[in-house]
Ligand binder design. Structure first.
Ligand code: SF4
Length: 349
C-alpha cells in the first residue's frame, strides 16, 4: 500500500499504510437527527468507520452537537456554497469537512474556512467530481478526463496550501469507472495526500455494486486508496456491506463471516441460496473472522468445506458437516442454517 500522509479524523486515522476505512453517507435530512443517530449507530455495528452527512444550512449545522454526542464514529459534514455553514459546522464539532473550494465563494471565503479548520485542528476533504469540473478545464480538455480531474485537484490543493494548510484528503470521482481509475492512479503518482476512493453515481443494486467493485478493487489492489465509499442508489447499510466485501475479497480486512458457496447446478438437490441468505443475514454484525462453505453436492463440496472453518457438502436430504478440515457429522438439509449458526455462536464464545 502506498504510504500517504497520515490524517486524523476524530478517533480514526487514515493514510500512512493504516487499514483502509469504510465510509458511507446518510440519506436522511440532518434535521431528522433522532433517526440519524440511530442510523449512524446501526451503521457502526455493521462496520462503518466514518459517516458523512449533508449540512445544507445553519439549521442543519445546529443539530451537529446532538448527533456527535450520541454517536461514536467520526462525523463528516458535506458542505456546498455557503462558507458560513462550513464554519458553523466546524465550530459545532464535526471531525472533517468535505468542501469543493470552487463553489464556496472565492478565495477570501476559503481563507476564512481554513482559519477555522486550523483553529479546530481538523482535516478537509477536497472532493473533485466529474459532474462539477471547472468550466475552463472542461474547455481545455473537452471532457472531464482523468488529466482534467487531476488538474482540478491540484488547483484546489493550491488554494489551501496558499493559506499554509495541508491537512487534506482528496477524492477524485467520476461516474465512468476507467476515468476514476486513471485519475486516481495519476494523482497517486504525483501526490502523497490520502485518497478517499469512490465511483460517483455508480447506480443501483447490481450495477452500482459491480461498477464500485471494479473501480475500487482495481485501485486498492495496486495499493492506492486509504478510505472507500461505495455510492449506491439505495441504503447506506448496503454501501457498508459492499465496502466490507470489497476489502475482505482483497485481503485488506479480516473481519466477519465470509461465506463461500457454489453457484449450484443440476446436481444440487438443496435450496442453498436460502441457507446462504439466512446465515448472511444473521451474522451481519459478527466481527470475528470465520469462513463458512455451503456447497451443493459432493463434487467440490468436501474440498471447499474442508478448507473453510466450517462447511457443508449437501446431498439428497442430508449434508455432511465439516469443521477445521474434519468430517464431523451428518445433518438434515433443512437444519443446515440453524446448525451452522449455533456452531458460529459457539466459536464466538
Ligand atoms: S459443488 Fe456440486 S452442486 Fe455446486 S456447482 Fe459444483 S457440482 Fe454443482
Amino acid at each position: 500500500m502506498k504510504k500517504t500522509n497520515v490524517v486524523k479524523i476524530g478517533n480514526k486515522v487514515i493514510g500512512g499504510g493504516n487499514p483502509v476505512l469504510i465510509q458511507s453517507m446518510l440519506k436522511l435530512p440532518p434535521t431528522d437527527y433522532k433517526s440519524i443517530i440511530k442510523e449512524i449507530n446501526d451503521l457502526e455495528m455493521l462496520g462503518c468507520d466514518i459517516i458523512r452527512g449533508t449540512i445544507p444550512n445553519m439549521e442543519a449545522a445546529e443539530v451537529i452537537p446532538e448527533i456527535i454526542k450520541n454517536t461514536n464514529i467520526p462525523f463528516v459534514a458535506d458542505i456546498h456554497f455557503d462558507y458560513k455553514v462550513a464554519i458553523a459546522a466546524i465550530k459545532n464539532g464535526v471531525h472533517k469537512v468535505r468542501i469543493n473550494p470552487g463553489n464556496i465563494g472565492g478565495k477570501e471565503k476559503v481563507r476564512e474556512v481554513v482559519k477555522c479548520l486550523k483553529d479546530y485542528d481538523i482535516p478537509v476533504r477536497i472532493g473533485v467530481n466529474s459532474g462539477s469540473l471547472e468550466k475552463d478545464l472542461l474547455e481545455k480538455y473537452k471532457h472531464p478526463t482523468a488529466e482534467a480531474l487531476v488538474e482540478s485537484a491540484y488547483r484546489s490543493i493550491s488554494y489551501f496550501n496558499e493559506f499554509d494548510y495541508d491537512n487534506i484528503v482528496l477524492s477524485i470521482k467520476s461516474s465512468d469507472v476507467t476515468t476514476t481509475i486513471d485519475a486516481n492512479r495519476l494523482f497517486s503518482e504525483k501526490y502523497n495526500y490520502p485518497l478517499h476512493l469512490g465511483v460517483t453515481e455508480a447506480g443501483a443494486e447490481l450495477t452500482g455494486i459491480v461498477r464500485s467493485s471494479v473501480g475500487l478493487g482495481t485501485l486498492l489492489k495496486e495499493g492506492i486508496g486509504d478510505t472507500i465509499r461505495v455510492s449506491l442508489t439505495g441504503k447506506s447499510s448496503d454501501e457498508v456491506i459492499v465496502g466490507k466485501e470489497i476489502l475482505t475479497s482483497l485481503g485488506l480486512m479480516e473481519e466477519g463471516v465470509r461465506i463461500v458457496s457454489c453457484p449450484t447446478c443440476g446436481r444440487c438437490k438443496t435450496d442453498t441460496l436460502s441457507i446462504v441468505k439466512e446465515i448472511k443475514k444473521k451474522t451481519m454484525y459478527i466481527k470475528k473472522p470465520i469462513t463458512v462453505a455451503v456447497m451443493g453436492c459432493a463434487v467440490n463440496g468436501p474440498g471447499e468445506a474442508k478448507e473453510a472453518d466450517m462447511g457443508v457438502a449437501c446431498g439428497n436430504g442430508n449434508a455432511v458437516f465439516f469443521e477445521k478440515g474434519k468430517q464431523i457429522t451428518s445433518i438434515k438439509t433443512n437444519e443446515i442454517a440453524s446448525f451452522i449458526l449455533e456452531r458460529i455462536e459457539e466459536r464466538i464464545k
